[in-house]
Design a protein around this ligand. Structure first.
Ligand code: PLP
Length: 355
């Protein structure tokens, strides 16, 4: 095999660097003090993002995690249950913030590929508030695309979740960290997805290549409450227009090219499937995330060996890796990763002991 000249980093799309156009826009951005509400570039980003998702108002936040927490606080105001699919980022990867910081009770539901079981939702949904015997549902959360395997919620599923929740007056929050990937996969505008939630957050810092930031969108009173919770959590930024400028460029220039990432993810899945069909089912790959079942009890061995070949990846379970395609990964990088896998299969059969 040819020696590697550069690293192929497939750990996440969060590793993407700002584009030259973003850096240019940063330098010329008009700045103010966002904590005092007079940051023109942040205001512009919040307006553009909200319009894009068909919502009334937007709020710029430093991260997706803070955005989800602020959204839940703004809906729930420290009371009730937070319902969602158990493997969603909110339950799995946000450090228990909704219990530890927001004082809310988690109600994770079973599901598949990020879509909660609708029967389980029926069983647990309650009118918000508290009775002598039951704590009400504060908010129902959905996630698209799913952060584990990149699956996209169908609009029918989202409609069903909303119909059940809204009937009881329960608000719905969408963690749409990668909502533009979902929109491309479904062939609809992001606003058509966002219509099935009261509030939606998305990340600028993932496949869209901005260095920092998320935008939370929803009705104006909700967003104004969220602004207070952002300050409570220490999320007020000052000359944040430097970052918002990159966010504006991301919304103008980075969305369409996400389709290339989906294509490369599918290429990777096809290539690995040809080496060993157990590794991945290519038809499961609909966006930019490929979960690879490497057939070992200790996935860390694979991570180490792949990194020796210059391929960086991350675990999603004891025996599966997650590969995320993005702007810095092209078709030749994918070919290289497939070649590396082939080489590992030939030279290290003992790695496959758990099959
Ligand atoms: C679905 C989802 N929600 C939220 C987040 C959190 O975003 P951040 O890393 O900006 O806190 C992530 C990050 O990977 C994610 O995949």
């Amino acid at each position: 095999m040819q020696p590697l000249t550069s690293t192929i980093d497939l750990r996440s799309d969060t590793v993407t660097k700002p584009t030259p156009a973003m850096l240019d826009r940063m330098v010329t951005a008009e700045l103010g003090d966002d904590g005092r509400g007079d940051e023109p570039t942040v205001k512009e980003l919040e307006r553009v993002a909200a319009a894009r998702l068909g919502k009334e108002a937007g709020l710029f936040l430093p991260s997706g995690t803070m955005s989800n927490l602020v959204a839940i606080l703004s809906h729930a105001s420290f009371k009730g249950e937070v319902v969602g699919e158990a493997s969603s980022h909110i339950f799995r990867s946000e450090m228990g913030g909704l219990s530890l910081l927001a004082g809310l009770y988690s109600r994770p539901l079973p599901g598949r590929a990020g879509a909660m079981d609708l029967g389980a939702l029926d069983d647990c949904l309650r009118t918000p508030g508290m009775t002598a015997h039951a704590l009400g549902t504060a908010v129902v959360c959905m996630e698209t695309t799913h952060s584990v395997g990149g699956a996209v919620l169908s609009l029918d599923h989202m409609h069903a979740v909303c119909a059940k929740s809204w009937q009881l007056g329960v608000p719905v929050h969408l963690d749409g960290a990668r909502i533009f990937n979902a929109a491309i996969a479904l062939g609809v505008a992001a606003s058509a997805i966002a219509a099935f939630a009261d509030s939606v957050t998305f990340c600028l810092s993932k496949g869209l290549s901005a260095p920092v930031g998320s935008v939370l969108t929803g009705p104006r009173p909700f967003v104004e409450r969220a602004r207070g919770f952002r300050k409570m959590l220490g999320g007020n930024l000052r000359q944040a227009g430097l970052l918002a400028a990159c966010g504006l460029v991301a919304l103008e220039q980075s969305i369409e090219r996400l389709a290339d990432d989906h294509l490369n993810a599918r290429r990777l899945a096809d290539g690995l499937h040809r080496i060993d069909p157990h590794l991945v089912n290519p038809t499961d790959i609909v966006t930019n995330i490929v979960v690879v079942h490497v057939g070992t009890d200790d996935v860390r061995q694979w991570i180490k060996i792949l990194s020796d070949y210059g391929v960086l990846t991350a675990p999603v379970s004891k025996n599966a890796l997650r590969f995320v395609t993005h702007r810095h990964v092209d078709a030749s990088s994918i070919e290289r990763v497939v070649t590396v896998f082939g080489e590992i299969y030939r030279t290290r059969p003992t790695l496959l002991f758990a099959r």
